[in-house]
Ligand binder design. Structure first.
Ligand code: CP
Length: 304
């Protein structure tokens, strides 16, 4: 792997190798490497988990991390993404993690970088409503820790599907790994293109049959053209599509709840359930560091 931009580029073997490497990092936390690798994290969209856990992963691997704040950079003077990337490479960065609001920003960027024979590695930290490969892989690691397989698992992805890069990446990879994927949430926020990965159903028809229930954040920042945004009522959303105590009690004994974060408490998930027995919300964030170490090692050091 020279870059990691989309989960669609990963074979099942590569996913399993990354999960195993993530678990190895988790079970043997000492990982010291020569400080010859330099990284920078370019977050053109806000982030807590992805940004901080990539930075933590980089430091645990012994990499140098160049501090980069979009708001204090020459991006504000109109510098293009390509020019920022080649600037950081010229300064000594070997790899960049980039989060950007534009879907598939990496396609043109990689084309230009290849044309001019640049060697810098790219890792997609999330592109618009496109892909979120590192979140997807940490979710796969969390599911694998629980069930030790993917084949035949019933997974519901519930919420603002149309706007969610997590939904897209997870539905694609779960489908590829042999899980059965279901979708639910407001029909107006469903994307019929997801039909190729699973089927849309009412939340109350699927809740008691799932092994994994994945909740998605309502992404208000992507609703500027959405007629539903003005009339959005968090309480009503919670009643119709959220996990409340009543729905939680209908989950199978072995079922787990997941959420990529940040959570809108009492909207997607009742606040009292965020750290409940079936919730893996904290474990997902913890696994994020180990999976991102595995991704960095694979992309930068060529280790699978
Ligand atoms: N899950 C996720 O991508 O969270 P952040 O936006 O905080 O990075």
């Amino acid at each position: 792997m020279e870059h990691l931009t989309s989960v669609q580029d990963l074979s099942n073997e590569e996913v399993m190798e990354l999960i195993r490497q993530g678990e190895t990092f988790k079970n043997s936390p000492v990982a010291v490497h020569p400080q010859s690798i330099t990284m920078a994290n370019l977050f053109y969209e806000n982030s807590t988990r992805t940004h901080m856990s990539f930075e933590q992963a980089e430091r645990r691997l012994g990499y140098q991390v160049l501090p980069f704040e979009v708001s204090q950079s020459s991006v504000n003077k109109g510098e293009s993404l390509y020019d920022t990337v080649i600037t950081l490479e010229a300064i000594g960065a070997n790899a960049l993690v980039i989060r950007h609001s534009q879907n598939e920003y990496y396609l043109d960027l990689l084309k230009e970088l290849n044309k001019h024979h640049h060697k810098i590695h790219l890792i997609n930290g999330g592109d618009g409503s496109g892909q979120h490969p590192s979140q997807c892989l940490l979710d796969m690691m969390t599911i694998y820790e629980e069930f030790k397989h993917f084949d035949g698992l019933k997974v519901a992805i519930i919420g603002d599907i149309k706007n969610s890069r997590v939904a897209r990446s997870n539905a694609q990879l779960l489908n590829q790994l042999g899980s059965e994927v279901f979708f639910s949430g407001p029909e107006a926020w469903y994307d019929p293109q997801m039909d190729q990965y699973g089927s849309y159903q009412d939340i109350d028809q699927l809740i008691d049959q799932m092994d994994v229930v994945m909740l998605l954040r309502v992404q208000h920042e992507r609703h500027s053209d959405d007629p539903l945004e003005e009339s959005f009522d968090p309480k009503r959303y919670h009643e119709k599509y959220g996990i409340n105590l009543d729905r939680y009690q209908k989950l199978q004994d072995h079922a787990i709840l997941m959420h990529p974060g940040p959570i809108n408490r009492d909207v997607e998930l009742a606040s009292e359930l965020v750290e409940s027995e079936k919730s893996r919300f904290v474990q997902q964030m913890e696994n994020g560091v180990y999976m991102r170490m595995a991704i960095l090692k694979s992309v930068i050091e060529g280790e699978k």
